[in-house]
Design a protein around this ligand. Structure first.
Ligand SMILES: *[C@@H]1O[C@H](CO)[C@@H](O)[C@H](O)[C@H]1NC(C)=O
Ligand SMILES: *[C@@H]1O[C@H](CO)[C@@H](O)[C@H](O)[C@H]1NC(C)=O
Ligand SMILES: *[C@@H]1O[C@H](CO)[C@@H](O)[C@H](O)[C@H]1NC(C)=O
Ligand SMILES: *[C@@H]1O[C@H](CO)[C@@H](O)[C@H](O)[C@H]1NC(C)=O
Length: 405
């Protein structure tokens, strides 16, 4: 043992002794420290450094939600084909959408998604696989043809600088091809998540023949305010008509070139053609359209009080749970993964024993109807089941009366 070990040592030393000089060690140390410092500087100036970091995330990384389109891209994109789904007729969900289906026939919403070729496979497919499917009509506006989504190929250049021209082209396309197919025209981004049933619920008390538009209302730049682009906004039929017929062709009403912030230009243009910016808060004053992810709005001090958002919002917003309506409509900067999480939380997960009741007194028009009291959505479903039972007992009565006669 001993001899073999020392033999190995001898061999080791014998191999290295001739090259391990003082200069060599010095060169090695200087070389390593130089290389290390250089690599560190290089990597910390690039965004990808965090991926190489072995230390736990720093505190500012706890909140990964994005506040700007230039912020770090979502780093994990699920494969939509691996997502799977829940059945429509599962025990906890059977018959629950009776009311929603009824409303979908009365309040027809066309959704169009602002996307681009880079995002077809990574983001747009997730909109289609989740909330987008609940729109009466779903269209993806892009600059390239993609038969799988599919997309509408608009004659525009891509990039943030061209969003305004893309918006004009998109609405012009809708006006030409879909004007009679929907009552309301909802624009959203490919990282917006929307609860379409709540959008219809809010719109159900309005008349699409009036020039109206709805969204997350911001204060500056336009007298009546304008709607944040990312949270999505919805135009009535009449608003769409005015925008395309009176707004777009008239340089005194709407900006003619491609530049400017899309949502601000839209706000100015719509104001100039007499389209009214609406209040989308619920009866408790809570918001429904949100330009960020839910955490941003729900958690007090999640964002700095100096953040531009607080200066932009048209209506004062409560901090904490009071921010957000139970009939919220949209959130923005939602990553593809988060879309599937929201889908699960909103449409599948159910606390056992809690039924879902909606007061129609929230609907001003229905309130006028003295017979309207409480619409019991769960009851709506159980009513249809009950009436089936009633029909059975009626048949049984018929049978027995037949037998009797
Ligand atoms: C897009 O592709 C479809 C199917 O290949 C084709 O019918 C359609 O004409 C194409 N549209 C454009 C604008 O290229
Ligand atoms: C909506 O407004 C139009 C035009 O003002 C009117 O003709 C129509 O009856 C209204 N519809 C409803 C449901 O009130
Ligand atoms: C709603 O329906 C359920 C089940 O039928 C019932 O237990 C509940 O009391 C109803 N709620 C209201 C507010 O009527
Ligand atoms: C009524 O009678 C018909 C045929 O006589 C039978 O098929 C049916 O099951 C009966 N219905 C009930 C509810 O007893």
């Amino acid at each position: 043992m001993d001899t073999r070990q020392s033999e190995g040592k001898m061999l080791f030393l014998g191999l290295f002794k001739p090259v391990v000089g003082k200069t060599f060690i010095l060169t090695l140390v200087i070389g390593i420290s130089f290389g290390f410092s250089f690599a560190y500087i290089l990597m910390s100036t690039t965004r990808s450094f965090e991926e190489f970091s072995f230390s736990p995330p720093r505190t500012e990384n706890i909140y990964m939600d994005r506040h700007h389109h230039s912020d770090k891209e979502y780093n994990q994109v699920p494969d939509v084909r691996e997502m799977g789904s829940h059945g429509h007729d599962e025990l906890h969900h059977r018959g629950e959408d009776v009311e929603a289906k009824k409303l979908a026939k009365k309040v027809r919403v066309l959704c169009w998604i602002m996307t681009n070729p880079k995002n077809h496979e990574t983001k747009a497919v997730h909109v289609k696989a989740t909330w987008g499917a609940r729109c009466n009509i779903l269209l993806f506006m892009s600059s390239e043809n993609d038969t799988s989504l599919p997309t509408v190929k608009l004659p525009v250049l891509e990039g943030r600088d061209y969003l305004w021209s893309k918006t004009k082209e998109a609405f012009t396309y809708l006006y030409k091809h879909y004007f009679q197919e929907a009552d309301w025209f909802f624009k959203a981004d490919d990282d917006t998540y929307a609860i379409v049933e709540n959008l219809r619920y809010m719109l159900s008390t309005y008349n699409a023949s009036d020039p109206l538009y709805f969204g997350c209302r911001f204060k500056p730049y336009v007298k009546q305010g304008y709607m944040s682009g990312g949270a999505g906004y919805v135009l009535s039929q009449e608003a769409l008509k005015r925008f395309v017929e009176q707004g777009i062709p008239d340089k005194t009403k709407c900006r003619q070139d491609h530049g400017g912030a899309e949502d601000v230009e839209m706000g100015k243009c719509l104001e100039n053609v007499g389209v009214k910016a609406m209040d989308t808060r619920d009866s408790l004053g809570r918001g429904r359209f949100f330009p960020f992810v839910p955490e941003h709005h729900l958690i007090p001090n999640h964002v700095d009080p100096s953040f531009w958002y607080w200066k932009f919002i048209y209506y004062p917003s409560e901090l904490g749970m009071g921010c957000c309506s139970d009939t919220a409509i949209s959130f923005h900067y939602v990553s593809p993964s988060q879309m599937h999480v929201l889908e699960y939380l909103i449409y599948h997960l159910r606390p056992y024993g809690i039924s879902h009741n909606v007061m129609t007194s929230q609907l001003p028009e229905l309130q006028a109807d003295s017979t309207a009291g409480v619409v019991n959505v769960t009851e709506g479903a159980s009513l249809s089941r009950r009436s089936e039972e009633e029909r059975k007992t009626e048949k049984a009565k018929e049978n027995s009366s037949k037998l009797g006669s």
